[in-house]
Design a protein around this ligand. Structure first.
Ligand code: ADP
Length: 179
């Protein structure tokens, strides 16, 4: 566990759908109508009520975030955000990925949610280089904490061991690990 100001930051290897948190963040696409990877796993685990709410919302621009309940998952809400497709790093990818994390945190605050879990947005089929993506993810979360002084716990849930170790390295360089 790491601590940043008043917030706990955890790096966890595993399946985000199993997290008992106020909000699980989904790496969705612009349609919000479901897809593969973490998006598919969330809709499978949560059941059809999530898709019904997503249909009513009617889509989400890249870098923004929308919220639904979490259906059958142990979490309370799903925050659906859309990361950029990585092309060559010169198409505004950095800012869009940053915004996806930052706007998810803002929405959590609006709903008074205190614990949140993020996947490594855009690092699957959207092809974002994993190290850069991890640096952007942790920076956006820490910037939000600096600015808003809000959130009790942020969990970065990584599917692969590689990405888990990468996040540990990134946070070890920024913070001291406790316990
Ligand atoms: P994107 O389209 O934003 O790239 P993906 O779902 O393809 O999204 O991948 C994002 C990341 O989520 C990848 O690193 C992938 O390994 C990871 N992932 C896939 N399934 C899960 C899951 N059940 N829990 C946590 N992370 C997952």
């Amino acid at each position: 566990m790491y601590v940043y100001k008043k917030a706990k930051l955890n790096i966890i290897q595993g399946d985000i759908t199993k997290m008992e948190v106020d909000a699980v963040v989904n790496a969705a696409n612009n349609t919000l109508l479901g897809g593969g990877g973490v998006d598919g796993a969330i809709h499978r685990a949560g059941g059809p009520t999530i898709l019904e709410q997503c249909k009513k919302i009617g889509g989400c621009p890249t870098g923004e975030a929308r919220i639904t309940t979490a259906g059958n998952m142990p979490s309370k809400y799903v925050i659906h955000t859309v990361g950029p497709v990585y092309k060559d790093g010169r198409k505004g990818e950095t800012k869009l990925l940053y915004n996806a994390y930052y706007n998810s945190m803002k929405l959590a605050k609006e709903y008074n949610l205190k614990t949140i879990a993020f996947p490594a947005i855009s690092t699957g089929v959207y092809n974002y280089p994993k190290l850069e993506a991890g640096q952007i993810a942790t920076k956006a979360v820490m910037d939000f904490i600096d600015k808003e002084d809000y959130i009790e716990e942020v969990n970065f849930v990584l599917f692969s061991e590689d990405n888990y170790l990468l996040y540990k390295k990134i946070l070890d360089e920024k913070l001291n690990e406790l316990e």
